[in-house]
Design a protein around this ligand. Structure first.
Ligand SMILES: Cc1ncc(COP(=O)(O)O)c(C=O)c1O
Length: 459
């Protein structure tokens, strides 16, 4: 008998509801603030998002029904497999049992379509005709392009310039699904032109691309163009919880009674939240689980940045969010994990970290590429550079289990494949990559501006 390596669910076992961590946190997170410094009203968000999603953003209901139409889109690739990484375990000689949730099986190659199809559905329901968005590595832009093609909406994607240049195939995927993709900063918006005027050679940032996409949505006074965000916000994290809910059912099928470590990489936080929030609920209820969000050491938001109110974008068009933030003017170093180059982390995750419910770690890119190479050569899948951060931390934990002689159960989120990110691998293999550490001076410079905003109370 061979060891069982894939734990599968039948389509009929797919969760019918999303899980909302906001219902169970021991203390509520500080609310987003409007330009007047007061808690944001739903109406203030209505120029940007449709009201049905705004309601979801603000709900504290524990379980939210997944509409039938969304289930029918999700079932094209869900439930996703949970794999036991037996070959990686063997290579490491660890007594730990390592599992990974394979979100790379979606049409766009990552977890991002889980929320893209939901957001496209709610926008269509609300009468919207066009959605605008930003994308870092191109995973989110292609996910939204795919989702808009399913429901019949126009999509416009502002792609961070460095990724636009490094990853031309992502742009082609978006075009194949019928979307328009432009490099950001662009000359198409005021926000883009302002940045280009100061720095024509800028690599761009997610913060700048968000400003451009929001500006275009707000400029359409007919209300038929809305903006969409692929991470950070509560409703996006909510849609991703199907990952963790499926994982729990699969671990049960694998006869695992206890999970010791849960790991996900963190950009804005959506794939980490998707896997971990149902486990954070167990932790709130007394389970002993080490829950680890992993970020790049070059963009150390949860591990080194202050917890503060800040804008979600570069130009200051979004509400003020209470989060760990490197400052909305932060221009991250050009590491290959484009989707992790964001200045903030989701308010719900920032708050959970402050409450001691998650233990963030920061890793350098060379260690992550080394881990990705080992993973590719044992398990076979070439992971996205973002995902390699979760794999590197998993390897650290598996080695620790070996040193301690403990049979731990470690679960991580394989958030995406790296088949569109091979330039990064090529650079790694040929020794052209190096690590970037953010100095204390740079950190101080970028976070200096935060003083103008209120300090949130941790509670
Ligand atoms: C494969 C993959 N993993 C992780 C991320 C990080 O985003 P988030 O923290 O929202 O999951 C991205 C973002 O583009 C991604 O493409």
């Amino acid at each position: 008998m061979t060891k069982r390596v894939k734990i599968l669910l039948d389509e009929s076992e797919m969760p019918r509801q999303w899980y909302n961590l906001a219902a169970d946190l021991p203390k509520p997170p500080p609310p987003p603030l409007g330009p007047d410094g007061n808690p944001l009203s739903p109406e203030q968000l209505s120029a940007v998002f449709p009201m049905n999603l705004i309601e979801q953003e603000m709900t504290t209901q524990r379980w939210v029904d997944i509409p039938q139409e969304v289930l029918e889109m999700l079932v094209r690739w869900r439930p996703s497999p949970l794999h036991r990484a037996v070959h990686l375990e063997k290579a490491l000689g660890t007594p730990a049992r390592i599992y990974y949730k394979n979100e790379s099986v979606s049409p766009a190659g990552s977890h991002k379509p889980n929320t893209a199809v939901a957001q496209a559905y709610y926008n269509k329901e609300f009468g919207v005709k066009k959605m605008t968005t930003e994308t870092g590595a191109g995973q989110w832009g292609s996910a939204l392009a795919f989702a808009c093609s399913l429901v019949g909406l126009e999509a416009k994607v502002y792609m961070v310039r460095i990724s636009f240049d490094q990853k031309p195939f992502r742009k082609m995927m978006m075009q194949t699904w019928g979307a328009t993709c432009v490099a950001s900063p662009s000359m198409e918006t005021q926000a883009g032109r302002a940045v280009l005027e100061k720095d024509p050679d800028t690599p761009g940032s997610l913060g700048i691309a968000i400003s451009e996409a929001v500006e275009e949505a707000v400029a359409d006074k007919s209300g038929k163009t809305k903006y969409s965000l692929g991470s950070v916000l509560n409703h996006v994290l909510l849609h991703q919880t199907i990952i963790g809910l499926e994982t729990k059912k699969q671990l049960e099928k694998a006869n695992e009674k206890k999970v010791d470590v849960v790991i996900g990489c963190v950009g804005g936080g959506s794939n980490f939240a998707g896997l971990s929030f149902p486990f954070i609920l167990d932790k709130i209820n007394g389970a002993d689980i080490d829950i680890i969000p992993v970020e790049p050491a070059s963009c150390p938001t949860l591990t080194r940045a202050p917890y503060h109110y800040d804008f979600g974008d570069n130009a200051g068009l979004t509400p003020l969010l209470a989060m760990h933030t490197l400052g909305h003017g932060f221009i991250p170093p050009p590491i290959h994990a484009g989707g992790l180059r964001y200045h903030g982390v989701a308010p719900l995750i920032s708050h959970a970290v402050n409450l001691g419910l998650a233990r963030p770690q920061a890793l350098h890119q060379l260690e992550c590429y080394e881990a990705a190479m080992l993973f590719a050569r044992t398990e076979g899948i070439i992971p996205a550079p973002e995902t390699s951060h979760a794999i590197a931390q998993t390897i650290r934990e598996a080695k620790k289990a070996k040193e301690e002689g403990k049979e731990k159960v470690i679960v991580f989120n394989l958030s995406g494949h790296g088949l569109m990110d091979l330039v990064g691998y090529d650079n790694y293999i040929h020794g052209r990559l190096h690590d970037y550490a953010l100095s204390e001076e740079e950190l101080k410079k970028y976070t200096e501006d935060l003083k103008q905003f209120p300090t949130p109370h941790i509670g």
